[in-house]
Design a protein around this ligand. Structure first.
Ligand SMILES: Cc1ncc(COP(=O)(O)O)c(C=O)c1O
Length: 378
């Protein structure tokens, strides 16, 4: 009796693949490059150097930086995305996968149920399509012109799906060097598509597979870099990268403690110096003495003019202690009061010298390249 395991397959399992025979004459399924251009030698050298330097980390599946992948690699990717796509990205927002198809599988597992729809470009990467169908979902192709997906046709497709009672889960786009048309979507078109998607809370999956293949001029910013909703962020890296802002209480790398210092100064002048500052907050985080609300600003050069001897200093110490005891958003980064980061930094720099941020090095490198100048800051 034959051993039949197919009865245990899930009900919407994809049909078995047909045996591969040969590539068709014109094959647009995947992006293939000229074999002679593969830098096999340098690749082998790089792998060899990495194995020699860090091969022992394979013993723990390279998990020393956690499940999102090797941290220096994620840092390099975040820097690269920042520079090339203008997407404000931090290493903790990067997940290293085994190729883009694994990333697609993860996204699909989050979004798709049988019967769902993904909107794709009418001519599109075959791998993405089989992954969508593999989930029991389906796709609807939207017509393209030289600038990529046509917004009016997208609106029409979304309307038709709605009328048919179909749930559209996300928009899959290859806007920069599209596969197979190689078109590069303009910023204006990106904004149009983005506003259509936003009006419907529709996610955009931007496949940037070939975006580095632009030979002349820069590439347009990624969709995610265009999101200018003014949505607040507690991430100082993002705020700085997107808007060059140094947010209040930002991280040390960005010098954001400047804002925190100013905030503390206001507290000192308005509350501590005037004696209005009391015992801080209760267990719920509410001010203990709401009747001490301060409506005036005092500036005093000599604290003893307004406080009894030593009171100001004592209260200052207590206020600093309370600020330091504030639960940090990120437990690995303790809350510091104005002056703390500078003290630490002075100590560290005295010991190790002055560090230069990776991003600054990369930006300098890009400027040096542009000017044809030799880059010495390696
Ligand atoms: C648009 C697009 N995305 C992704 C891929 C596959 O990328 P990876 O090799 O990283 O899985 C291809 C390959 O042809 C592609 O054309």
């Amino acid at each position: 009796m034959p051993f039949d395991i197919s009865q245990s397959f899930r009900s919407n399992a994809p049909a078995p693949a047909t045996a591969w025979k040969a590539f068709p004459t014109y094959n647009f399924v995947g992006g293939n490059i000229d074999g002679d251009t593969v830098p096999a030698g340098p690749l082998a050298d790089a792998v060899s150097a990495a194995l020699k330097a860090e091969g022992n980390t394979l013993a723990t599946y390279g998990m020393t930086s956690g499940p999102q992948g090797y941290l220096p690699f994620r840092e390099a990717i975040a820097n690269m995305l920042q520079r090339r796509t203008q997407m404000a990205t931090t290493p903790d927002q990067v997940l290293v996968t085994s190729g883009s198809l694994q990333a697609m599988d993860l996204v699909n597992a989050l979004f798709l149920e049988p019967g769902d729809i993904v909107i794709v470009e009418q001519a599109c990467y075959g791998g993405a399509l089989t992954r969508i169908r593999g989930m029991g979902a389906d796709y609807v192709g939207v017509e393209l012109d030289d600038d990529g997906m046509i917004p009016a046709k997208l609106e029409a497709a979304l309307g038709a799906c709605k009328a048919a009672g179909q749930r559209v889960k996300y928009l899959y786009l290859i806007p920069t060097v599209q596969n197979p048309t190689a078109s590069v979507m303009s910023v204006e078109r990106r904004r149009e598509i983005l506003s259509i998607a936003k009006a419907r809370d529709l996610a955009i999956f931007e496949d940037d597979c070939y975006a580095d293949l632009i030979f002349e001029g820069g590439r347009p910013p990624a969709f995610r870099a265009l999101d200018e909703d003014g949505q607040s962020t507690t991430n100082a890296d993002i705020a700085h990268a997107a808007r060059r802002q140094l947010p209040l209480g930002g991280d040390r790398e960005r010098g954001g403690h400047k804002g925190y210092g100013l905030g503390t100064m206001v507290e000192i002048l308005c509350a501590v110096l005037t004696g209005a500052w009391a015992d801080g907050v209760d267990d719920e985080g509410r001010p203990k003495h709401t009747d001490y609300d301060v409506g005036h600003f005092f500036f005093a050069i000599d604290p003893s003019l307004v406080r009894a001897d030593g009171e100001f200093e004592d209260d200052m110490d207590r206020m600093m202690d309370m600020l330091r005891a504030t639960p940090p958003a990120d437990p690995s980064k303790p809350v510091m009061v104005a002056g703390d980061p500078e003290v630490r930094e002075t100590e560290e720099r005295t010991r190790l010298g002055i560090p230069v941020a990776d991003m600054l090095i990369e930006e300098t490198r890009a400027v040096a390249e542009e000017c044809g100048a030799e880059f010495l800051l390696a």
